[in-house]
Design a binder for this molecule. Structure first.
Ligand SMILES: [Fe+2]
Length: 430
């Protein structure tokens, strides 16, 4: 690792379509015509995802529910007991996946300087949670170094770089979409130094209260998907300051049902282990696009779903139904008879691309609103060797479940219809 970025600018599939058409209109070529290339165009070298931060009204309860729902033990805290009077933050971890849950203390007693996350703002948190409910505030990535290249080239600043108390770790934030931020966490010249612990100001949680044995097999974040009203400005903005390239495209024809749909672009870093898909709604279909439904309930753009890699999706999806969340889906046809049977039993979807196989399953929305949900995936195949002879799996192996989108959409539409039916009944009764 530790590669220097190549600054050559890439001709993307959507731009190529534009020049062929001869006018400056953002146009996707769709899944079938998309040619996958990796121009290695990052403006700054990115190691991996670092963590995801949810802003919520009560971090203790939200973290606990995710902990049991996903099999992620509580490993660290920063709250009143550690001297932080600005916010309560709890960290869940499974493998390399870090989920942070943050809620504010009363500003009447809080000392902002005691915040472990220096960008924390009571007023920003209050307006965020009242607009969005439970939602992702920060998608954190780990650049090798936090330099001006990371936060220039048109990135809209949210929080300037701050060196934390260990004099090693630096944090900065720029606008991502909606009220979500892209957070940079850098650990000096050696990106691997971040792996040892989380952030200064956090303390380990005692085994007695943290259920350290919890583990359903989840290992890391694969992709973090945003819903936006319009793809073009969101994609262009992100591409311009990160240098990330287009990794995949899906249009309404590829992934929609007869009733509603979306357009989607997946952006990736050089190593293709940081995948940031973006969706926009399509209009004029029989039913309102589910992306539009999200935008209404979320009061604007935001993170739609987080795809988590499991080392054993069967283990992640089975078991203690009372503690785990409800799953939905349908099986496909590429595994052994026993595995297919297991997929059907558990509702695991199967899809593949030209390179590998994808097993996936989705939760229902995880909070009050029909907005954010979680996807569990297992990618099979696409094993490659790096320069040092180490075997690794190519990013995005098996695709994103294009073949399952319409099944998922039907499932979301059925869920929406049950809500609509309820509203009609209630209206008739009043
Ligand atoms: Fe996904």
């Amino acid at each position: 690792m530790g590669k220097e970025p190549n600054t050559t600018s890439a001709t993307t599939n959507s731009e190529a379509a534009v020049s062929a058409a001869g006018h400056a209109e953002f146009k996707l070529v769709g899944f079938r015509n998309f040619v996958r290339t990796n121009p290695k165009s990052d403006n700054f070298a990115v190691h991996k995802f670092h963590h995801i931060e949810f802003w919520c009204g009560d971090a203790t309860n939200t973290a606990r529910r995710f902990s049991w729902g996903l099999g992620m033990p509580l490993v660290a805290k920063s709250d009143l007991s550690t001297g932080n009077s600005a916010h309560a933050s709890y960290l869940l971890r499974s493998g390399q996946l870090n989920f942070l849950f943050t809620a504010p203390y009363s500003p009447s007693i809080s000392a902002p300087s005691s915040a472990a996350i220096p960008s924390f703002s009571f007023s920003a948190h209050r307006s965020f949670t009242s607009s969005h409910g439970l939602a992702v505030r920060a998608v954190a990535i780990q650049p090798f170094r936090l330099t001006s290249a990371s936060i220039s080239r048109g990135a809209k600043p949210v929080s300037p770089p701050v060196l934390l108390s260990d004099n090693k770790t630096a944090i900065a934030e720029v606008h991502l979409y909606g009220d979500a931020v892209l957070r940079y966490v850098s650990c000096g010249d050696n990106g691997a130094a971040c792996d040892g612990w989380f952030l200064p100001g956090f303390e380990p949680v005692d085994d007695g209260v943290s259920y350290q044995e919890l583990d359903y097999g989840i290992r890391r974040l694969d992709h973090a998907v945003g819903n936006v009203p319009e793809l073009e400005p969101a994609v262009e903005y992100l591409k311009k300051f990160t240098g990330f390239h287009e990794f995949a495209e899906f249009t309404a024809e590829d992934v929609g049902t007869a009733e509603s749909g979306l357009n989607s672009v997946v952006l990736a870093n050089n190593d293709e282990n940081v995948l940031l898909p973006l969706n926009e709604p399509v209009y004029g279909t029989k039913r309102k696009s589910q992306i539009q439904t999200y935008l209404e309930h979320n009061e604007g753009a935001g993170v739609q779903h987080l795809a988590l890699v499991s080392e054993d999706i069967f283990r992640t999806s089975e078991g203690n139904e009372e503690e785990k969340w409800g799953w939905r889906g349908r099986a496909g046809d590429v595994l052994t008879d026993e595995q297919i049977e297991e997929c059907e039993k558990l509702g695991i979807l199967v899809d593949r691309d030209d390179q590998g196989t994808l097993l996936q399953i989705f939760t229902k929305p995880v909070g009050d609103r029909p907005t954010i949900f979680v996807e569990i995936i297992q990618r099979i195949g696409c094993m490659l060797k790096d320069d040092e002879g180490k075997i690794y799996q190519k990013g995005g192996c098996g695709g994103f479940g294009k073949g399952n989108f319409s099944e998922l959409f039907k499932s979301i539409e059925e869920y929406e219809k049950t809500l609509e039916a309820k509203q009609v009944t209630q209206a008739a009764n009043t």
